[in-house]
Design a protein around this ligand. Structure first.
Ligand code: BES
Ligand code: MN
Ligand code: ZN
Length: 486
């Protein structure tokens, strides 16, 4: 897909050569800046009751009189923000996607100011709309014909728009990679597959990738990670990616992804309903891959380490059992009271591994708890951090990226429930505040660096008819990393 900036005044829209023209209108009336043929069309539609200035209302017109483009769509945006623009574009694409549009021009009228955030929003909205999963469904409907999109803006906005288009394209490719990895079923997206995707990225963008197998994981001393992996015949992988964009001496940002390629619950077996969705339990790992891809393309001046702990969580004669005690890489022992609380067991060893990089910050990303879905639903990811600066930076990145996150508490009181008579800690506490106690468990492994945890259990994928991975929080993470490049 080709994205371009095109300098055209609002008065030139009617004569614009494009297969389709999408005009995002903000305000409560036909904008004064809209030239005659377009303005009269819109005014007539309003008079006929066919269009209202309400968020995401769409008016489609075929072969509009006096307009060069064969297809025209108006879509209403409640304000001039990038957020409103993005959802308006998504709604407008809904009306145009199924048509034979190859070249689309998108303009804003009513609030013409276009910034880099709008350009980025356009790219991500278009890319999200044209993604089709077909790896195991070759019969899936053909992808839309759309080959090129131009964002119409004023002359002085060109630099910002082009910067936003570039960032948006890198981000969109990262999101698409994360979606594709997470959508692939557990028998395709195995730990080895994630490792080979990481290797491919390293080759393509010139960063180092090391992959550790079961023997290495054992030798490293990751007894907790290994306990989860031991129930499956599918070989586990510990993946280390190193992107170097700044001096070697500069402390890196470390991203740690939960890569459970299928979570059956293990001996603490999950109920059958919707268990298939546990193929998405590697969404954190997928977001690390996607972010590394975006970074590889944008080449910010910052050092980033991507760590992925990947394995299956399965019941078997060799599987870890409730009551078993294991020794983590940190030396702390863990009583595994519930084998379905496995994410924290693989992440704790990856977090300890991160110490060796003397990181400036460590962010782990995990589809960690059903409790987080209960708390926040499917809109906000849960953000946990005891570090004020890191939490503030991540929330700012989340806002800039239009990838919402909500800060959750981490008071010491929540740690109480993790006490065990047989080990340094148990891997579960009571049902109440389950997302927080999971975060408190992880916190015990993060004394040596500023740390944050993103629980993406509610945001990494959608259920129901639109079942599929979202690619979140690649936008948040990429913006965060870019902000660390100064
Ligand atoms: N991968 C799940 C979390 C999950 C469940 C995400 C449902 C999205 C939807 C995780 O490994 C898990 O099973 N967590 C348990 C923890 C409990 C045993 C303390 C949960 O949330 O039920
Ligand atoms: Mn589980
Ligand atoms: Zn899980």
């Amino acid at each position: 897909m080709d994205f371009q900036y095109q300098a055209t005044p609002a008065q030139g829209l009617a004569s614009l050569p494009a297969d389709a023209l999408l005009v995002v209108v903000s305000g409560k009336a036909v904008p004064a800046a809209l030239e005659k043929p377009l303005a009269s069309l819109l005014a007539d539609a309003v008079a006929q009751g066919d269009f209202e200035f309400k968020a995401n209302r769409v008016l489609y017109v075929h072969r509009p009189a006096g307009v060069k483009s064969a297809r025209l769509a108006f879509v209403a945006a409640p304000d001039g923000s990038a957020k409103a623009f993005k959802s308006a574009v998504a709604a407008g694409l809904g009306a145009l996607k199924a048509l034979g549009v190859a070249y689309l021009a998108v303009a804003r009228v009513g609030d013409e100011a276009v910034g880099d955030a709008h350009a980025e929003a356009l790219v991500t909205a278009v890319s999200d709309a044209v993604y089709v999963y077909r790896h195991t469904k070759p019969s899936a409907p053909a992808a839309p014909r759309l080959a090129g999109v131009a964002l119409i803006a004023g002359r002085k906005e060109g630099t910002a728009v082009m910067r936003g288009l570039k960032r948006g394209q890198a981000l969109a490719a990262g999101v698409a990679l994360a979606r594709e990895c997470a959508n692939r079923p557990g028998n395709h997206a195995t730990p080895s597959h994630l490792a080979s995707e990481a290797k491919k990225l390293g080759k393509q963008f010139g960063f180092e990738v090391d992959v550790h197998d079961r023997k290495d994981i054992d030798k490293l001393g990751m007894g907790s990670f290994l306990a989860v992996a031991q129930g499956s015949d599918e070989p586990p992988r510990f993946i280390v990616m190193r992107y170097q964009g700044a001096a070697k001496t500069k402390a890196p940002v470390v991203l740690v992804g939960k890569g459970i390629t299928f979570d059956s619950g293990g001996i603490s077996l999950k109920p059958g309903a919707e268990m298939d969705e546990m193929k998405f339990d590697m969404g954190g790992a997928a977001s690390v891959l996607g972010t590394m891809r975006a970074i590889g393309e944008l080449k910010p001046k910052v050092n980033v380490i991507g760590l992925i702990a990947a394995c299956e969580n399965m019941p078997s004669g060799r599987a870890v059992k409730p009551g078993d005690v294991v020794k983590s890489l940190s030396g702390q022992t863990i009583e595994i009271l519930n084998t379905d609380a496995e994410g924290r067991l693989i992440l704790c060893d990856a977090l300890t591994y991160a110490e060796r990089f003397e990181p400036a910050a460590v962010v782990d990303i995990a589809t960690l708890t059903g409790a987080c879905v209960v708390a926040l639903g499917h809109h906000h990811s849960g953000l946990f951090s005891a570090d004020e600066k890191l939490a503030t930076d991540l929330l700012a990145a989340s806002r800039d990226a239009l990838d919402p996150a909500w800060r959750m508490p981490l008071d010491e009181e929540y740690d109480e429930g993790l006490k065990s008579n047989f080990a340094d800690m148990a891997n579960i506490a009571g049902r109440a505040g389950g997302a927080i106690t999971a975060a408190m468990f992880l916190k015990r492994f993060t004394a040596k660096f500023p740390w944050a945890h993103l629980d993406i259990a509610g945001t990494a994928w959608k259920s129901g008819a639109a079942k599929g991975a979202t690619g979140r929080p690649v936008p948040l993470l990429t913006h965060f990393v870019l902000s660390r490049a100064g």
